[in-house]
Every structure is written in C-alpha cells, then in structure tokens.
Design a protein around this ligand. Structure first.
Ligand SMILES: Cc1cc2nc3c(=O)[nH]c(=O)nc-3n(C[C@H](O)[C@H](O)[C@H](O)COP(=O)(O)OP(=O)(O)OC[C@H]3O[C@@H](n4cnc5c(N)ncnc54)[C@H](O)[C@@H]3O)c2cc1C
Length: 346
C-alpha cells in the first residue's frame, strides 16, 4: 500500500466505504467485488471513498476486496458519519474528480446520503438495484431493479449525467473473494468547508440485535403457517438451529411478527447458509430478498408453488406437523401440547 496526496485516477468507478465506527460494513465488500468485475469489463480503476481515517487494516481490506485506491478523509467533522459534512465531502470529491460510476450500499445511511449527493451534483440515482452490469456497446452502467410493485425488472441507464449513481441493498450481491496480495494506494483527501449544517448527531442508539440480514440459518414462515400460535414452532426451530425467524409480508401486516423479520423487496435481503421456508408461495417480491441464500428448503402443500422453482429441496407437505416433528427431533423432547401445538386448518 502506498500513501500519497496525489489525485485519484480519472474516470473511475467509486464505492462508498460506509463504516460503523471504523468497521467497514459487509455491503461495501459486496459492492467492491462487483465494482472490480465491472471495472475490468470497462477498463477503469476502482476507488473506495472512506469518510474516516485510512487505518492500514481498513485500507488493506478495501484493496483486497477490489479497490485500486482508497480516498480517505480523516476530518473530525466526519466522526459518526453525520449527513451534512459527509454530503459536502462526497459532492466536493465528485465535482473535483468526476468519477464515471458511484455505488453505495442501500443501508439507512446510504439511502439518506445517495439522493443528497445526486441532487448536489445534478445526476440520476437508481435506488435498490438487484443487479449491475456494463453495456458492452456503450460502456454504460446497466442498473436493474424491481419496478411497478416488483412485477417486472427494469434496467435503467444514465446516459447524459455523471456519475452514474446506484445503491444496492446489503446481501444482494455475493461476497467477493478477497486477495490480500493486491496492490493499491491510499490517497488522503481534505474535507471542504461545511456549507450549512441542518442536522446534528445527538446520540447513537445501537439496535439490540443484529437482525436476519446476517443470520447463517433462517426458518421462515408465510401465510401457510395458518395461525400466530403455529408461528411459535418456527421461532423454536430457528432457536434450536442457532438461527433466526423470518416471515413473509402478510405476517407482518397481520401483526404476527415485527417488520425486522420480513424478507423481500420491502423487507430484508438475507444470505444464510440454510433457509427453511414454510408455507410461503414465492411471490416475486419475496424472492427478491432470497438472492444470496446458499441452500433453500421449501415446504408447501401446493406442488406448483412458485417457491419450488428457486428451492434446492422441495418438500410437498403440510408444514405444521412437519415443523412439530423437526422441533421434537432437534430438541429431543415432545412438543405436543406445548407452544405452537394448534393443528393447521385444512
Ligand atoms: C410493492 C410490494 C412489495 C412487497 N414486498 C414484499 C416483501 O418484501 N416480502 C414479502 O414476503 N411479500 C411482499 N409483498 C407481497 C407479495 O406480493 C405476496 O403477497 C406475499 O409474499 C405472499 O406471502 P405468502 O407467501 O406468505 O402468502 P401466500 O401467497 O398466500 O402463500 C401461502 C402459501 O402457503 C401454502 N400453504 C398453505 N397451507 C400450507 C400448509 N399447511 N403447509 C405448507 N404450505 C401451505 C400455499 O400453498 C401457498 O403457496 C409485496 C407486494 C407488493 C405489491
């Protein structure tokens, strides 16, 4: 790794390196992996833009994931990633160095920052992309995302304005294979003077638990679980397997589960090693959250259920007695009469 204050390489593909108090978020590595692939197709460099100090381990990890250079700004006003100074910095860097493409994670923070930066530099932004590619003819970024309520996939191009900006949700793109032998350079950049500060970070409240986005095992339920009481079986099995419970949107709408458990287009994208989907039909809006599931086991009474088209294992069965049996098998105790013992309605 080389340090320096020279300008970044022109015409680059940038990725915003969002971090949580110095810990780079997994979505950044996912974006860098894809950015590397796209940059190789396009023949341009990849830069990670880091609003924070360029600590050696952080910079090395970004380079290993695909960055050619890391633009770090250690200005104290950026501590805690407040929105106004970060927007000022990113808009300033974009204006100064004119990247071709700028990718951000569709996290809560990324979704706040991306439209602000896009508005400042007067370019377009495609939010929540599920796939990114390069058009071999034009070299433009092909930004694919669900449209019209998720009933079709639209591929959007930003022909005239630069940079071409897109956000991608965590867990949608695969993790990159990191190469610790890759070489890159660290560029120290300066923050511009703060123009106007509309918000101030008063207090940082961390979520109590990590949520399903990072769970290795998920047992999920849809309307086929039939009752809220039966949902307890799903939670118990998830606990026994060391995982978490996921649900389809109707269960959230009915108030059976919190929205933090919802998988899909308007919920979480998940990437577990194992997901057992119980009584879920497989609507396109639900499948949108399953892109990175390693092994998907679907249990459904309907052999024609769309979820079977994407499942690795298809179990045509009533999920309630099956769940009860699995709970018994994994816990080594009878669960009849216990939580979730209500029989499924036909
Ligand atoms: C803009 C928009 C965004 C959306 N976002 C999301 C989202 O993020 N996530 C999401 O999940 N949905 C979302 N939806 C809703 C989505 O379109 C579907 O309506 C929803 O996913 C269906 O949930 P489900 O599979 O649980 O229910 P259903 O479609 O009713 O399917 C129930 C399934 O259970 C099976 N079944 C019934 N009884 C049993 C049994 N005893 N054992 C086993 N199987 C059984 C049935 O055969 C059926 O396949 C969205 C919709 C819109 C319009």
């Amino acid at each position: 790794m080389r340090n320096g204050s020279v300008a970044p390489l022109p015409g680059g593909l940038w990725v915003l390196a969002e971090h949580d108090q110095g810990r780079i978020l997994p979505v950044v590595f996912e974006l860098l992996g894809r950015a590397r692939l796209l940059a190789d197709r396009k023949g341009c460099p990849v830069a990670a833009v880091l609003p924070g100090p360029g600590d050696e381990t952080v910079v090395s990890s970004l380079i290993a994931a695909g960055a050619d250079e890391v633009l770090a700004c250690a200005d104290p006003t950026l501590a805690g990633l407040p929105e106004d100074p970060c927007t000022d910095l990113l808009a300033h860097l974009v204006r100064q160095h004119a990247p071709e493409i700028f990718l951000l994670g569709a996290t809560a923070w990324g979704r706040t920052i991306a439209p602000r930066v896009a508005a400042r530099v007067q370019t377009g932004l495609t939010a929540d992309c599920t796939m990114l590619d390069i058009d071999p003819q034009t070299g433009l970024l092909l930004q694919t995302r669900p449209a019209f309520g998720g009933n079709l996939l639209a591929t959007i191009v930003t022909e005239r304005h630069r940079p071409q900006m897109a956000t991608v949700r965590p867990g949608v793109l695969p993790e990159p294979v990191c190469d610790t032998g890759r070489c890159g350079r660290l560029l120290i950049v300066q923050a511009p003077p703060l123009t106007n500060r509309l918000t101030e970070l008063v207090r940082l409240v961390l979520p109590p638990e990590q949520g399903i986005a990072s769970a290795r095992v998920i047992v999920s339920a849809g309307r086929g679980i039939m009752s809220q009481k039966n949902l307890a079986l799903v939670r118990i099995l998830a606990d026994l397997l060391g995982g978490q419970m996921g649900v389809s949107r109707p269960l959230v709408d009915m108030g059976w589960a919190p929205v933090t458990c919802q998988i899909g287009q308007t919920g979480q994208s998940v990437a577990p090693d194992l997901l057992i989907a119980c009584g879920i039909s497989g609507a396109i809006q639900h499948i949108a959250g399953l892109g990175q599931v390693r092994t998907l086991v679907a249990i459904n009474t309907d052999p024609e259920a769309p979820i079977f088209q994407v499942a690795d294992y298809q179990v045509v069965a009533d999920c309630v007695p099956l769940l009860r049996q699995l709970v018994r098998d994994f816990s080594g105790r009878q669960s009849d009469g216990g939580p979730g013992s209500e029989a499924a309605a036909p």
